[in-house]
Unconditional design. Structure first.
Length: 279
């Protein structure tokens, strides 16, 4: 398969041009964004300047080695961390503080053990002091969508790991954000549960139409889920390439046997010295 067939884009000038095109439009625009941490021993660069955009409704996956700044990028997009340089725009609005347009799912479900499933899902509503009466039907509909109908009154310890992560996805979506940010959401799950959750997440994204930014160390997971995959270099993180994934929207696990899937996984893996650096 040719480079053009897999949609690889490796020219930094292209990234800047794509970001410029995205200016003033919906989605996420990253323009010259870098991050350097200050320490007693001096500055520690985490991210070199990044330029790219994520379209509205796109499933966008970032893959890279540990410590390359993936989680830092997610925190900056959410407004939890300021960039050292550059601009982050969500739907044309510059991000300067935490904003209500995102829901976040972490590696661990982080469900409060004293709250039942429904009350954990409604936690953002309580924290934002929004109307429970208004959002209760949405919470119930989300639980039904992810297969947790009937588990509303269960405590987190009564759920499997996969079920807990489904509840955390509902919690991230309950206030109807436009963007879902996911930081290694299935890293703690066993391989079989992780595969099932990948299929489930793809279905949820398709049904809700949310813009998803997912961070992972797993190249096969990235290719299976993504419309596009951004490959990052080792720290300080920079863009090595962006690949389009020409596998269609409705994917089953059988897609992992497609020659297109296999070749793209291998192509991305060549960016790294060893397989163990990622998955």
């Amino acid at each position: 398969m040719s480079t053009a067939a897999t949609g690889v884009r490796q020219n930094p000038a292209h990234f800047r041009a794509a970001a410029d095109v995205a200016a003033g439009t919906s989605g996420i625009r990253i323009s010259g964004v870098s991050k350097t941490y200050r320490s007693r021993d001096g500055d520690v660069p985490s991210l070199r300047p990044l330029d790219f955009h994520i379209d509205e409704g796109e499933f966008f996956v970032v893959v890279g080695p540990s410590g390359c700044g993936k989680s830092t990028l997610l925190k900056m997009i959410s407004g939890l961390l300021p960039p050292s340089s550059g601009d982050i725009l969500v739907d044309g609005e510059r991000v300067t503080k935490p904003h209500g347009n995102v829901g976040i799912v972490f590696q661990n479900s982080l469900l409060l053990p004293w709250r039942n499933v429904l009350n954990n899902v409604l936690l953002p509503i309580d924290m934002k002091q929004l109307s429970r009466e208004k959002y209760l039907p949405r919470a119930m509909a989300l639980l039904k969508m992810v297969g947790l109908e009937g588990f509303e009154k269960k405590l987190p310890w009564q759920l499997s790991g996969g079920m807990q992560q489904r509840a955390s996805i509902c919690r991230a979506l309950v206030h109807d954000p436009k963007i879902m940010l996911m930081d290694e959401p299935f890293g703690a799950l066993d391989a079989m549960t992780r595969e099932r959750m990948n299929v489930e997440l793809q279905r949820i994204q398709r049904e809700t139409g949310k813009t998803v930014l997912l961070i992972t160390h797993s190249i096969p997971e990235a290719v299976f889920l993504a419309d596009r995959v951004l490959v990052m270099t080792e720290r300080p993180g920079a863009i090595a390439a962006i690949y389009e994934v020409p596998l269609g929207k409705n994917r089953s696990l059988e897609a992992m046997g497609d020659p297109v899937f296999t070749e793209l996984v291998q192509r991305i893996r060549k960016h790294f010295f060893t397989q163990s650096a990622l998955d």
